[in-house]
Write a protein that binds this ligand. Structure first.
Ligand code: FAD
Length: 670
């Protein structure tokens, strides 16, 4: 292990400790991270300091990302990396490459889940050896969330045994399509299937969009790269706008695992409708796991910087100023995020693991019975993890004061690359409605027993659980009190939702709060269950993980994500005060006794954090001065071509005054 010469506990390489291995998801995952780290940090093409990305033009940044993608493909093919290894390597570049993990997986997952065995035999090997580059084209200029009203058509031509893919209107232009602007050769296009004038609804069509030998567009395909994104984000992804002008593809390229079109135009209906959300579940399951890491990385940068930064003296006798992390204002913002990030990662890893194990079996047996539960779990996890992460990353930036706003702090990149996830894979306020819908359906039908993630509804149905005695702040540390409070809040919100729905109200705003409250409970329960084996084993890091659990539990109770959630848990004034006191004490305990150990166990390396505020080999001031100020593309003589203009600007007043005086003289003469 190489550690920092500055003794700021910022590792150069991943540190192998039992707690670290546990947090990173076990030995296999930890070793994979270490191997990828070794590979990338020693390869100049993946250097994070050789180029100041925010200072270069977008197309140069994309070009660099494309070369990085190529190098990762080379490494995958040469070393025989698994898909997981490859995806995690892409993520470590932090650059949203054209091969970005979600896109890679959604393309592969659709081939895998939606193609017939004969189709898979042809296309999966091509995709796996990157003979073709794929994208997923669903969203259109005119419709995203409302998939049913997409306008792109795929008309079956019986004469030629082909589908004709067409974009009949401007609003049917496929838009936002990741990696389509420049990179992809094939798109899985979502289009309305038309046979003999009859509309059979949306189906998937593998459509070649670029020639394999030249990368030029196929006849009838019109594609543009989308242009810059908000916050200068996703520099490595070429999202595209894509139109089809009667593009012909063979009938064999409709993805035909479920629905099929026969040679004579007969339509064979899918046997099971549930198959259609399998690929969405797959991508959201990855998001559940990976999103928390983005938050934890931001927390780690904020920790290292606020442990370095000093401001004011709390009392006059102090020789040196107070380290800013010692202020409640910083601790109270940062430490709950460390606990929430931990919950997102640990529970998210379980969701992903559970889903992977399920699909490994289910793809062979065709058993879809648990898919609805995974769908619910992953929708909730997607909404919950992206809300907490994107707001959390921004909180970390603000907690670092002015230097947090420097692009080299990395917070801008982290925010830009996490805030987008509130929208893609389904806008949170739209897909968040699926959880309350399922709650309502199963509550009414008394069928929640079939879905483990809704099992709490049985408790709610059993009516008023007696309010437990909550006399002191230590009562709030008891899991049974926390469970009562989370369930009570949820029960009240479910009740309000039932009434609002019955009254015909638009519940699309309150649904979001209910999904967050549902997920609070699901994550709390998942985190609690993870602690149990550690308690039995008397794990060496039990104290640290328990401290994280307590801060997580109390922060989701004390400081809920929606104003309406606080009102849904009726507490007396004294109980509210004791909850707040318990929360503050848990934060203080973690800060004083466990924080350094937890940060060390996570052990984000200088390479992974990629922030001038958290370098292993220099202080934040050295990094900001050297890499930021001295290295700026506008420092020193680099702007000298404008010096003359600026000097001249300072003379403008003289010329204007002279002109006015001259005009005055002329008028006087007249
Ligand atoms: C970075 C990025 C990458 C993307 N990559 C891809 C890709 O590779 N392929 C692809 O096909 N798509 C992609 N998308 C598109 C993305 O999936 C959609 O933008 C997303 O699903 C949201 O849909 P929308 O844009 O239609 O939003 P809209 O539905 O138009 O949302 C606008 C507003 O209306 C609200 N709203 C809409 N409907 C309702 C409702 N029923 N109830 C209450 N409120 C509602 C929303 O909450 C939101 O506030 C990407 C988008 C982004 C930002």
């Amino acid at each position: 292990m190489a550690s920092s010469s500055l003794d700021r506990n910022i590792p150069v390489d991943p540190i192998d400790t039992p707690f670290g291995v546990f947090l990173w998801g076990g030995r296999e995952k930890f070793d994979r991270r270490r191997d990828i780290h070794q590979e990338l940090s020693s390869n100049p093409i993946f250097s994070k300091t050789a180029v100041v990305l925010p200072s270069i033009a977008r197309k140069d940044a994309w070009t660099r990302a494309a070369y990085q993608a190529r190098e990762l493909i080379r490494l995958k093919l040469e070393r025989g990396w698994s898909h997981t290894h490859f995806r995690e390597a892409i993520r470590m570049t932090d650059n949203m490459l054209p091969t970005q993990p979600q896109r890679f997986r959604i393309f592969m997952s659709n081939l895998d889940r939606q193609m017939s065995d004969e189709q898979k035999a042809i296309w999966i090997p091509k995709a796996e050896r990157f003979e073709i580059f794929g994208s997923y084209a669903q969203t259109e200029l005119g419709h995203g969330s409302n998939v049913r009203d997409l306008e792109t058509t795929a008309t079956f031509d019986k004469q030629t045994d082909e589908f004709v893919i067409d974009s009949p209107t401007l609003s049917s232009t496929k838009y936002w399509i990741g990696t389509t602007g420049v990179w992809a050769t094939h798109s899985i296009v979502v289009a309305k299937l038309l046979i003999d004038g009859k509309n059979y609804g949306n189906h998937l069509f593998l459509t070649q969009i670029r020639e394999l030998d030249t990368q030029r567009l196929m006849p009838g395909v019109e594609i543009y790269e989308l242009g810059p994104k908000a916050f200068q984000g996703m520099l490595g992804t070429d999202n595209g706008a894509q139109r089809f002008h009667n593009v012909r593809i063979p009938r064999s390229q409709m993805l035909a695992r479920n629905a099929q079109v026969l040679r004579d135009g007969t339509y064979i209906e899918p046997k099971n409708q549930k198959h259609s959300y399998g690929s969405m579940v797959t991508v959201r399951a990855i998001m559940a796991e990976i999103t928390g890491w983005d938050l934890l990385k931001a927390v780690a940068v904020c920790y290292h910087y606020t442990r370095y930064r000093k401001q004011f003296r709390k009392d006059k006798s102090q020789q040196i100023e107070t380290t800013v992390i010692d202020y409640a204002s910083v601790k109270q913002r940062l430490i709950p995020l460390l606990a929430k990030g931990t919950a997102l990662v640990l529970v998210g890893q379980n969701v992903t693991r559970g889903y992977d194990e399920y699909t490994a079996k289910n793809l062979k047996t065709g058993d879809f019975s648990q898919l609805e539960d995974f769908h619910l779990q992953t929708v909730g996890a997607k909404v919950y993890s992206t809300e907490i992460t994107s707001h959390g990353v921004e909180t970390c930036r603000i907690a670092c004061g002015g230097h947090g706003y420097h692009a080299l702090s990395g917070f801008g990149r982290m925010y830009a690359n996490t805030a987008n996830a509130l929208t893609y894979e389904g806008d949170n306020y739209v897909i968040g409605q699926q959880v309350p819908r399922a709650i309502l359906k199963h509550y009414k039908n008394k069928t929640e027993g079939s879905l483990p993630s809704l099992s709490y509804l049985t408790t709610i149905r059993q009516g008023e659980s007696p309010t437990p005695t909550i006399d002191s702040e230590t009562d709030w540390l008891k899991p049974e009190i926390q469970q009562w409070a989370l369930e009570k809040r949820l029960a009240n919100m479910v009740q309000a939702h039932i009434e609002d729905t019955a009254a015909g109200k638009d519940t699309s705003y309150t649904c979001h709060a209910l999904t967050m409250a549902h997920s609070d409970f699901v994550y709390w329960r998942g985190f609690r269950d993870l602690l149990q084996p550690l308690q039995h084993e008397k794990s060496a890091f039990l104290d640290q993980i328990t401290a994280l659990f307590q801060v997580f539990s109390l922060s989701i109770l004390h400081n809920p994500h929606h104003p309406s959630m606080a009102q849904a848990l009726p507490l007396s004034y004294t109980q509210q005060r004791s909850l707040r006191a318990a929360h503050d004490a848990a934060v203080e305990d973690l800060a004083t006794n466990h924080l350094a150990g937890i940060i060390e166990a996570y052990g984000f390396t200088s390479y992974e954090m990629d922030s001038a505020l958290a370098r292993a080999d220099r202080t934040p001031y050295e990094a900001l001065f050297e890499e930021g100020a001295k290295n700026s593309e506008m420092s020193g003589d680099k702007m000298k071509h404008l010096f003359e203009m600026m000097v001249d600007t300072r003379q403008l007043w003289k010329r204007i005054e002279a002109a006015k005086a001259h005009k005055g003289d002329m008028q006087a003469k007249l």
